[in-house]
Design a protein around this ligand. Structure first.
Ligand code: NAD
Length: 367
């Protein structure tokens, strides 16, 4: 058997986890490997000061294991701040399963993944994310209690997307109030990029308020369906980022605000559901501020989903979920005002408030 031996120099250069660019003081990273089911997963636990690390499981056909590790590190950190800013007693965690959700996902693989989650004894609680369905969480529930987002028939809170959309809508209205002096979106032009689970419900809210809604998606059939159902307009121009609209709502992928797109943006407000919208949260946050574009921090306004699954742990009802999600309006206004007062980006202002809550709890715990 041949064993690869790295030289001391190579070992120094290879900083696979603690030296990873996305590694930001994560408490624990768990690599899960099961030959029989083909499971290859990584669970990232960023911070548990406020409570157990809750965050969804993403199944994705990553180009490399590095990409998967990077994703889980970034996403789990995002969850820490999302729960902290929303006032939930939860820490931040996330899991990724490497593979094609359409081809590689089996009940055996999901149960094996559940067993890994269970082995952490409640330090990490999972839920659904991209590539996962409520039914998959029901399968995980067969082997561990540390799962949320299970079906309503099984006592869970069901699909979180409509609540996420409601929170994004609240954040968008608050941003409009801040930017234009009124939260009335009637007549405002909004481009919704990605009309999936969240995007569709957002289009519904916006059309009910008589906003002029443009839609963009890679799925042509969906575009036609949403256009006909809600009276939205398919965005036909080449460059989505240069759209001459009041509000840009990224509801598909992360990192759409990047070096390539940022100088083309014409919208006055960015408010959408996608996670990690800013490719570089410091630099791009600052550029948006300089350009006078109001940015509603993604991890604040897309927190409806986590509020929804948190209800399963705390046993609160739909009314309470909606009330907490509606409060995203007030928090968004508070953060936009703080950013202006402190002359910092809205993203940084939100991070500061979230970090303060974590620090306060940590100090309390030390007493
Ligand atoms: P989804 O998979 O249902 O929808 C995504 C949509 O984006 C699909 O219609 C897809 O065709 C489209 N899309 C993909 N690539 C695109 C591209 N390059 N340009 C335009 N459209 C593209 O996902 P979702 O549940 O609606 O979530 C949307 C986003 O919000 C994701 O980034 C997700 O991580 C985030 N988010 C979702 C929730 C939730 O409760 N579902 C909560 C928090 C954050």
């Amino acid at each position: 058997m041949q064993v690869d031996v790295l030289t001391a120099k190579e070992l120094k250069r290879t900083a696979p986890v603690f030296g990873q660019v996305s590694f930001k003081d994560h408490e624990q990273v768990v690599f899960c490997n099961d030959k029989d089911t083909g499971l290859k997963a990584i669970i990232g636990i960023h911070n548990t000061v406020l409570g157990p690390a809750l965050g969804g499981t993403r199944m994705w056909n990553y180009n490399s294991e590095w990409e998967a590790l990077n994703d889980v590190l970034r996403l789990s950190r995002g969850m820490t701040y999302k729960s902290a800013i929303t006032g939930l007693n939860l820490g931040g965690g996330k899991a990724v399963i490497i593979g094609d959700a359409k081809k590689d996902k089996t009940p055996e693989l999901m149960r094996k993944f559940g067993a890994y989650v269970d082995s952490l004894g409640g330090k990490y609680i999972t839920a659904e994310d991209v590539g996962m369905e409520t039914a998959d969480m029901d399968t995980v529930r067969e082997v561990t209690p540390y799962v949320t987002g299970i079906s309503e028939e099984k006592g869970g809170s069901g699909n979180p997307s409509p609540i996420t959309a409601y929170g994004v809508y609240m954040g968008m209205k608050a941003s409009a109030k801040y930017k234009y002096g009124s939260d009335n979106l009637s007549g405002k032009s909004v481009l919704v990029q990605g009309i999936g689970h969240v995007g569709e419900t957002l289009v519904d809210y916006l059309r009910k308020e008589d906003a002029k809604v443009f839609i963009s998606d890679i799925n042509e059939e969906r575009l036609e369906a949403i256009k006909n159902k809600y009276g939205a307009i398919i965005f036909e121009e080449e460059d989505v980022y240069a759209a001459n609209v009041d509000i840009y709502a990224p509801c598909a992928l992360g990192a759409t605000v990047n070096d390539d797109t940022i100088n083309r943006l014409k919208a006055g407000i960015i408010a959408g559901a996608a996670n990690n919208q800013l490719a570089d949260e410091v630099r791009h946050g600052d550029i948006l501020k300089e350009k006078g574009i109001v940015y509603a921090p993604d991890f604040l306004i897309n927190a409806g989903g986590i509020i929804n699954v948190y209800a399963e742990l705390e046993n609160y009802d739909k009314k309470e979920i909606l009330h907490k999600t509606e409060n995203i309006y007030n928090t968004t206004l508070e953060i936009l005002s703080k950013a202006e007062k402190d002359n910092i980006s809205s993203h940084f202002a939100a991070l500061k408030i979230a970090q303060q809550r974590i620090n306060d709890r940590k100090n309390q715990n030390l007493k």
